[in-house]
Design a protein around this ligand. Structure first.
Ligand code: NAD
Length: 341
């Protein structure tokens, strides 16, 4: 394995390659002195090494913000593996990757992300202790979906000015249902692991759903199970709704589609939703409340971090529910900032 280290003032970027297996991976760790970096390993076919490096840097920054906002003692970290055209078994691929993780001696702890599964993490566990999330695919996605759901509830309560439902603990089951008169309509882009669990929570709470997914099988599950209306992938942006919830890809909000949104709130689980940071202000100017992804989708990270620290499932659940309070604080701050001279 050839390892190269590219340090900067704020982050350490590591590049790994193994010619024998056509293996190429990058790990980026942000330097914030909060603790070991904890973040997923993404596996996908990148068009170039540059694209993979940009992705790993942006994603590790998102993890830094997520850990900070959630009060977790972790630096931001992320890994990407460039999927090769050369056939290679999962066992070999993740043995190579485990070697990369182990070489950082605990500075980075890896876990599941797009393209990787708990079974892959179980392979890594055979070669390094610096891995979490090897027991179940569903638990982390559920924690992410629950956090996103609580955050969406909090944003709606603030938007529709239900102060009585904006106060106190989000653990109270009664506030988990939407008020009938709100007739809440949520448009979800992507009903994969997280999006489908979010759809379930929203449906059980009385929300109407519209969904899109490039995989028609996933969209059909949401339609058959939760009565969701299916629209084409390109049409989801202009669905008239209360909440548009991106749960598929990053950078889906950009200057070419910002005028198409017919929603009051944007709040979803996808990482890195804005093509550029200033789009958040532009959405606010249009009267669309934007809930930052790194607050709303922190549930999975909170779950893994707390579980690693030995917290009980009930204590973890209570911590996940605090995402609602963070969302409301952030929205109030945004409102104050937008009125500042
Ligand atoms: P997933 O791969 O299971 O689901 C993504 C879904 O989006 C798939 O069904 C896919 O077909 C669909 N999709 C892809 N492109 C699309 C498009 N253009 N339009 C509509 N649908 C499209 O992934 P996931 O684990 O559900 O994660 C979803 C997002 O949430 C990702 O951005 C991920 O980084 C982020 N996220 C996930 C977690 C987690 O716990 N899994 C945690 C934090 C953030």
């Amino acid at each position: 394995m050839i390892v190269q280290h590219f340090p900067s003032k704020t982050a350490d970027l590591y590049s790994f390659s193994n010619k024998e297996y056509d293996f190429r991976a990058f790990i980026c760790v942000q330097k914030n002195n909060r603790g070991p970096a904890l973040g997923g390993c993404r596996l996908r076919p990148y068009l170039s090494e540059r694209a993979a490096v940009i992705d790993v840097i942006r994603l590790s920054r998102a993890m830094r913000d997520k850990a900070f906002m959630s009060g977790l003692q972790h630096d931001g970290g992320k890994a990407v593996i460039m999927q090769s055209a050369k056939p290679i078994s999962r066992e070999v691929l993740f043995r190579c990757f485990a070697e990369c993780v182990d070489s950082l001696k605990g500075r980075y702890i890896t876990t599941i992300d797009s393209g990787t599964t708990a079974a892959d993490m179980a392979i890594i566990k055979c070669y390094t202790p610096f891995v979490v999330g090897f027991e179940s695919d569903d638990a982390v996605a559920f924690a992410t979906a629950l956090g996103a759901f609580i955050g969406i509830k909090a944003a709606i309560n603030l938007h529709y000015c239900h102060p009585e439902r904006s106060e106190g603990s989000y653990a109270a089951e009664k506030i988990l249902r939407f008020a009938q008169d709100d007739n809440v309509h949520v448009a979800i882009q992507g009903v994969g692991n997280v999006g489908l669990q979010l759809a379930k929570l929203l449906h059980e709470s009385g929300a109407r759903l519209t969904v899109s997914d490039v995989n028609p099988v996933r969209a059909k599950i949401a339609a058959d199970t939760f009565g969701a209306i299916i629209v084409d992938s390109e049409d989801i942006y202009q669905v008239e709704c209360d909440v548009f919830s991106p749960c598929a890809l990053g950078r889906i909000i950009h200057r070419n589609n910002i005028d198409r949104f017919r929603t009051k709130i944007i709040a979803g689980a996808a990482n890195d939703q804005l093509d550029s940071k200033k789009l958040s202000d532009q959405l606010n100017q249009k009267g669309i409340m934007y809930v930052p992804d790194f607050i709303l989708n922190a549930g999975g990270l909170i779950y893994l971090s707390r579980e690693r620290d030995g917290w009980s499932q009930e204590a973890i659940r209570q911590d996940l529910l605090r995402i609602g309070e963070r969302v409301q604080h952030e929205i109030v701050l945004q409102a104050i900032r937008s009125k500042a001279p």
